[in-house]
Design a protein around this ligand. Structure first.
Ligand SMILES: [Zn+2]
Length: 216
C-alpha cells in the first residue's frame, strides 16, 4: 500500500474533526494533495471517522477517477480537486458541518473581522450562493468566492478550509468555527465592533513574524 503517511493523516485528522467539535457522525470530509503525481487522498464516503482504516482512504486523480481503494470516495471530491487544479499553494482541504459556522451559513451572511485571528483566514469569511451538495456547481462557486482567502462558508451547508498542509487546513477550519461562534455570541448582546482595514493589515504583518524563529 502506497502513501502510508498521507493515509495516516487522513485517518488521524478525521478523528480530529470530531474531537475539535467540527462535525458529528460521518459529516464533512478531508483531502491531501500530492502534486508530483497529481493525486489526492480523500476520506471515503459515509464511514465513521473512528472506523476508517488506512485502506479505506481513496486515492483519486484530479478528474475524479478512483485509482486505489474499494471504497466510494467522498461525494464532495469536486469541492476539493478544484483548488488543487487551480491553486498550487493548496495541499489540503477540510470541509465540515460545524455548528456555529453552519448556523451562519444558513443565514447566508459574511463574517466580518471582529477578532484579530480573522487575519489567519483572510479579510473576512464570505458565504457562497446556495448550490446543491456534491456538485460541480458548488465546487465552482466555492472557488470563485474563496479568492485569496483560506476559508469560506457554503450557503445552507457548512464551512470549507484550505491550507498548505492538513494541519494548516484543520487550523483554518477551527478558526472559522471560532469566528462564527464569536459573531453569534457577541451579536446576541450587542453590535460587535469590527476591526478596520488598517488594524487588520497591522495584524497580518505581525503574523508574518509570529512563532519561534526558523532554525537555519
Ligand atoms: Zn458537506
Amino acid at each position: 500500500m502506497d502513501y502510508i503517511k498521507e493515509r495516516t493523516q487522513i485517518v488521524e485528522y478525521g478523528k480530529k474533526l470530531i474531537e475539535n467539535h467540527l462535525t458529528t457522525g460521518t459529516g464533512g470530509n478531508l483531502s491531501i494533495y500530492i502534486p508530483k503525481q497529481k493525486k489526492i487522498l480523500i476520506s471515503p464516503s459515509g464511514i465513521d471517522y473512528y472506523q476508517t482504516k488506512l485502506e479505506d482512504v481513496c486515492v483519486m486523480d484530479l478528474d475524479g477517477h478512483v485509482l486505489e481503494g474499494n471504497r466510494k470516495p467522498s461525494s464532495e471530491y469536486a469541492l476539493h480537486t478544484i483548488f488543487y487544479k487551480n491553486n498550487p499553494n493548496v495541499r489540503a482541504v477540510v470541509h465540515a458541518h460545524a455548528d456555529y459556522a453552519t448556523a451562519c451559513a444558513c443565514l447566508n451572511i459574511d463574517i466580518p473581522p471582529l477578532h484579530y485571528i480573522m487575519a489567519d483566514i483572510g479579510d473576512k469569511i464570505r458565504c457562497t450562493n446556495y448550490k446543491i451538495y456534491g456538485s460541480q456547481e458548488i465546487a465552482d462557486e466555492a472557488y470563485r468566492v474563496m479568492g485569496p482567502n483560506k476559508g469560506i462558508l457554503l450557503a445552507n451547508h457548512g464551512l470549507l478550509a484550505i491550507g498548505k498542509d492538513i494541519d494548516d487546513a484543520m487550523g483554518i477550519a477551527r478558526n472559522i468555527e471560532m469566528m462564527c461562534k464569536l459573531y453569534i455570541r457577541a451579536s446576541s448582546i450587542g453590535n460587535p465592533v469590527i476591526l478596520s482595514d488598517e488594524q487588520m493589515a497591522a495584524v497580518k504583518k505581525k503574523f508574518e513574524t509570529y512563532g519561534q524563529p526558523k532554525v537555519k
